[in-house]
Design a binder for this molecule. Sequence first.
Ligand SMILES: NC(=O)c1ccc[n+]([C@@H]2O[C@H](COP(=O)([O-])OP(=O)(O)OC[C@H]3O[C@@H](n4cnc5c(N)ncnc54)[C@H](O)[C@@H]3O)[C@@H](O)[C@H]2O)c1
Length: 315
Amino acid sequence: MNSKISKVGVVGAGRVGAAVASALVMMGVCVSVVLYNRTLDKAEGEAWDIEDAIPLLEECNILPTDKYEDFADCDVIVITLGAPTKDGQSRLELLKDNADIISSTIKELDRVAPNAILIIISNPVDILTRIAIKTSTRPENLIIGSGTVLDTARVRYQLGKLLNVSKQDANIYVIGEHGNTSLIVWSNAQIGAIPLEKFPLPQDISLDKIKAEYVDNTRKRAYTISERKGGTSYGISTVAAQLVDTVLRDEKKVFTVSVKANAEYKIGEQVVLGLPCIIGKKGIERKLHIPLSQEEQRALEHSAEELNKAYESVM
Ligand SMILES: NC(=O)c1ccc[n+]([C@@H]2O[C@H](COP(=O)([O-])OP(=O)(O)OC[C@H]3O[C@@H](n4cnc5c(N)ncnc54)[C@H](O)[C@@H]3O)[C@@H](O)[C@H]2O)c1
């Protein structure tokens, strides 16, 4: 694939979908973006607003649409549809609504773009990715959930800032559910190539204190942002654009995306959750195994159990 001739689809022109389309254009990831919404007006409004930036950026074409057929020939398609929470609705009822939305969307995409790589953003992302894998006719490696990529970026940012090193050198992963049972893999954290446990910390801060604070901050981050502005969009749209870019450039970067767990994790091979994988032009090219401490292993098992329960409640 070549980013200079690539066509990328975005399903949903809500807060996240519009931000993903904008990030793709701003970052010069591809030459053509198709922005779909079930109401054409919304797709047109967002697309035309983004289009106004194109004369100031690299050449790109953005097509608003309400027809799935326009996704034909897309190399990658990002799915951002999500039902709004209704008054008094439980998480499970919302999950059921989104499970129905994702199943019907996947069927449409299988019809019009059976070979495209799909990137799923809609929440709960791990469960919806599992449903997409079950529903779709395309091979599993072509279906990527955004998993804990954003959670990982959040921890790297905090740690880099605290230790005064580049965030790219804060080598640490968040894995498991994108949600309340996510876990930070402290036992393998490194700053550059130095184990975090051996890295000098600022005075008056212990590693235990950092661990306790970061777990909470990472899990609550989306809520603390949403409380103030009604949802999140910039972080996740950059994650989506980076994943698309990595596929189109066949970069083989490692991201903690939602995938079916491999046997080495000993949590069953059906559960889908955030784990480190190599991403390239074939989608998920390799699932990696990150060694875990006993405590982390237990936390991953708990995350898998919760996700299995939620999946079984709707399937
Ligand atoms: N994975 C992550 O880290 C992450 C981060 C932020 C948001 N999200 C998720 O992204 C999704 C979208 O969030 P948003 O803020 O853009 O929401 P939004 O309400 O702004 O947009 C929702 C989109 O879904 C469409 N939609 C809703 N119900 C539909 C239906 N029944 N059929 C077809 N289309 C339908 C709407 O038309 C709109 O395009 C949500 O599920 C949200 O939880 C995920």
